[in-house]
Design a protein around this ligand. Structure first.
Ligand code: GLP
Length: 242
């Protein structure tokens, strides 16, 4: 794994945006694997900035998102579809028809997930996958467990994740208890992965991720096995390494 330790959140965001921009410039019809959460907000802002300066063109870019709460309607301001529209899609010239976020309203999650994986395969996999990380090392919504699933699936959220995400909702009771998430298979099919982390509350997860051991009890450690992963973290998230 490659490692970039940035001074602070803004530098982390700029480093991540630089890597994303390179992929888009080298392959204008690339497939971006996108993530939500508070971590990548700054990276999206940098990409919008580059677009506004005329440095980036999203007209041929396609995207697939990692995960979405279930159930949730796309208009809900905490849905990941809403997040993506607000932070990126509505601010650049991407064709929304080429942007895919798991559907938090689907009636048959198993059938939806199968079709989602087939769509990712039909697109040729992602050229770059952005990942955040949970305090417990989850990626997407692949929560720590004795085994992890390969394909996109419906999953129960852990108490820790519900608690961590409660800050965005009126109360912990309002956080959906389930989510649709890419499994480890579609994540690993990405040709390149960047994992972003900032803040001391991610320090333990980053320490585990970089420790050179692999365990499904900390899903991010599996990234050790992927040939092209760059961890981009700030000094706080890096503070427990060494
Ligand atoms: C969320 C998302 C993840 C995200 C992580 C960290 O629950 N499902 O995709 O990476 O948890 O979120 P944040 O960036 O807000 O800390």
């Amino acid at each position: 794994m490659k490692l970039i330790v940035a001074k602070n959140y803004d530098e982390m965001s700029a480093e991540a945006a630089k890597i994303m921009a390179e992929v888009i410039k080298n392959k204008p019809d690339c497939v971006l694997g996108l993530a939500t959460g508070s971590t990548p907000v700054g990276m999206y802002a940098c990409l919008v900035d580059m677009y506004n300066k005329g440095e980036l063109d999203f007209s041929k870019v396609k995207s697939v998102n990692l995960d979405e709460y279930y159930p949730i309607v796309p208009e809900h301001d905490q849905s990941y579809r809403y997040f993506m529209n607000y932070n990126l899609f509505d601010k650049v010239n991407i064709n929304k028809e080429n942007t895919f976020v798991p559907d938090g309203t689907c009636a048959d999650p198993a059938a939806f997930c199968k079709a989602y994986d087939e769509r990712i395969d039909a697109m040729g996999g992602t050229d770059i996958q952005v990942l955040g990380i949970g305090r417990n090392g989850h990626i997407g919504f692949n929560e720590p467990d004795t085994e992890l699933l390969y394909g996109t699936h419906l999953t129960d959220l852990t108490e820790d994740t519900i608690d961590a995400n409660a800050r965005f909702f009126a109360s912990a009771n309002d956080v959906p208890k389930q989510a649709l998430t890419m499994g480890m298979g579609p994540i690993f099919k990405a040709r390149k992965i960047i994992l972003l982390a900032n803040g001391v509350n991610k320090a333990e997860a980053i320490k585990q991720t970089l420790a050179g051991k692999v365990s499904t009890l900390c899903p991010s450690t599996l990234l050790t096995l992927h040939p092209d992963v760059t961890v981009i973290c700030d000094e706080d998230a890096y503070s427990l390494v060494k």
